[in-house]
Design a protein around this ligand. Structure first.
Ligand code: ATP
Ligand code: MG
Length: 522
């Protein structure tokens, strides 16, 4: 018998089930995390309840739960897995929707990824037997069931919205022991379980990294042997687990494991091109290790998913652009090739379009050049105009991860701190057509012309002037300028706009040429 703090919402749901004669258990990851304790895992990330009530019965019992009405019910039932989501009144994101799932036992798996049929089970023990790992196959009874010898006891000592509950732990596969020894082990025969559902290969690594547990020795061999089964798994499922892995504090260890167990080949084979790929005199690590070390730093700093992915993939283009060997090998254009490769990787894994776009952009511009005294304020404004104000912090984070991932002494050398100072200085200067003192509408009015391509070109020419000298961003000055530009033909105007565009590009090119020389990396 163990004592746990369980949120009130969970207690209420369990009591509703119990009152109506059903059993209710907490199960899976949340039981595991409750047993590990808050300090390590931060407590359960979601609360899963399992019951012998069938989905229809669950829906009936909870349609008016937490003040909901029959026409706007509190339940959502959208899948074929017997899971009903119950909306609570909680503000806590882990409790907003509680998933209640009917006991299940899976039928045969003929395709290594989906059971051919989902069958409801009669007992909690049957349900636990279909789960992946011993530490995930425990249930905590929330049932006030007279057939059971031990009753849950609701105590008076309320801590916050949580209640202390004494419950019976059902642990048929010695999960508690493996939890204590920090071991990931399959429920039953490893070979068979990975063959049923190959996603478990990746889940083993994800859980191992997330919990800091070791995968049991024999199981490690079975994983390596069965790695190609991952081919059968839908990219979306792989992505979800991979994303969870990337977000754990031990993401780098997880990446090394994926490589060691031959799983990476079926997730991001592009990264394997960097295994054994030596760099030049500026680097101690191979390309692969450097990429993973950059991710490691991004996780230490608790950076966002985008920055972590950009750090992991920032040099993915290097092997394909390598020229020469030894001390003076070069990697010209690796950031452009790498940005494109990263896009392909993330598209394939079905990451959302915005995220892919952002990561691609971060990688494309991670090589920006800056040296104190060599770049003017106008140059810094052009840099910001090119990368976007909203991306400044993330690009600097990727750069930091790149540096630390190369084992250089300082994450933020004087040069980068100076760039930050310059960015701060120009941060509020106009760097986007939207920030100009005249808008498209104004231009239409000043020149008495309709909407059309002229407007965009004029805005672009104005922005170039303002990037050089922000004090020109006044309505008076720009109005005069608009009138001057208004007499130009469309061809002349386009030529001016293109010159502006080239100016930015050539500055960019100049930057890259310079970097080529200095760092042997272009
Ligand atoms: P987290 O706390 O990170 O969410 P989790 O263990 O709860 O980890 P989920 O994906 O939420 O992971 O799965 C919930 C539970 O469902 C698991 O603990 C496990 O018991 C079971 N489970 C999930 N995926 C599988 C699978 N592919 N095969 C067998 N059991 C699984
Ligand atoms: Mg979970």
């Amino acid at each position: 018998m163990k004592e746990f703090l369980i949120p009130e919402e969970i207690q209420e749901i369990a009591e509703t089930l119990t009152r109506n004669g059903y059993e209710a258990y907490l199960v899976g990851g949340c039981v595991r995390d409750l047993l590990i304790g808050n300090s390590l895992t931060g407590g359960p990330k979601d609360w899963d309840i399992t019951t012998n009530a069938h989905p229809k019965e669950i829906q009936k019992l909870f349609s008016t739960f937490a003040g909901a009405t029959a026409d706007k019910p509190a339940t959502v039932y959208e899948n074929d897995f017997g899971t009903v989501g119950i909306k609570t009144r909680s503000e806590d994101s882990t409790l907003k929707v509680v998933e209640v799932t009917t006991f299940r036992i899976e039928g045969t798996y003929s395709d290594k990824r989906h059971p051919d049929e989902i069958k409801f089970a009669k007992t909690i023990e049957e349900d636990l037997s279909r789960r992946d790992f011993t530490v995930n196959a425990m249930a905590l009874s929330l049932t006030n069931n007279p057939q059971q010898t031990i009753h849950n006891k609701r105590k008076e000592n309320v801590v916050g919205s949580k209640l202390s509950v004494v419950g019976l732990l059902i642990d048929p596969y010695r999960g508690q022991e493996d939890l204590k020894d920090k071991i990931i082990r399959t429920v039953g025969d490893a070979e068979k379980r990975f063959n049923e559902d190959a996603l478990r290969l990746l889940r083993a690594v994800r859980l191992s990294a997330q919990l800091g547990f070791e995968i049991e020795q024999e199981t490690q061999k079975v994983i390596k042997k069965n790695a190609p089964l991952l081919k059968h798994i839908a990219e979306e499922r792989i992505r979800d687990e991979f994303q969870k892995l990337i977000m754990t504090p031990r993401a780098a260890e997880g990446m090394f494991m994926l490589q060691k167990f031959d799983l990476l080949e079926y997730i991001i084979p592009e990264l394997l091109e960097g295994v054994g790929c030596k760099q030049n005199k500026h680097h101690v690590y191979t390309v692969f290790e450097h990429n993973v070390r950059a991710l490691e730093y991004a996780t230490e700093k608790n950076y966002s998913l985008e920055v972590r992915l950009a750090s992991l993939l920032h040099d993915v283009g290097k092997p394909r652009t390598k020229s020469g060997s030894g001390e003076s090998a070069t990697f010209y254009n690796h950031e452009m090739v790498g940005a494109r490769m990263a896009k392909d990787v993330l598209d394939r894994l079905r990451f959302p379009r915005d995220l892919v776009q952002k990561v691609r952009h971060l990688i494309r511009y991670h090589m920006f050049y800056y040296n104190v005294g060599e770049v003017s304020e106008a140059g810094v404004r052009r840099f910001i105009a090119r990368i976007g104000v909203e991306n400044i912090d993330d690009i600097l984070s990727v750069r930091e991860a790149d540096r630390v991932g190369s084992k250089v002494p300082k994450a933020f050398p004087y040069k980068l701190r100076h760039l930050l100072f310059m960015i701060d200085k120009v941060r509020h200067d106009p760097v986007h057509p939207k920030m100009l003192a005249v808008k498209g509408d104004d231009i239409m009015r000043f020149l008495n012309i309709p909407a059309g391509p002229r407007i965009g070109d004029i805005l672009f020419v104005l922005l170039e002037e303002v990037l050089d000298d922000p004090s020109k961003n006044t309505k008076e000055y720009l109005k005069e300028k608009v009138k001057e530009l208004g007499v130009l033909s469309l061809v002349e105007l386009r030529k001016l706009a293109d010159e502006g565009r080239k100016k930015r590009d050539s500055i960019e090119e100049g930057v890259e040429n310079d970097i080529k020389k200095r760092y042997f990396v272009k």
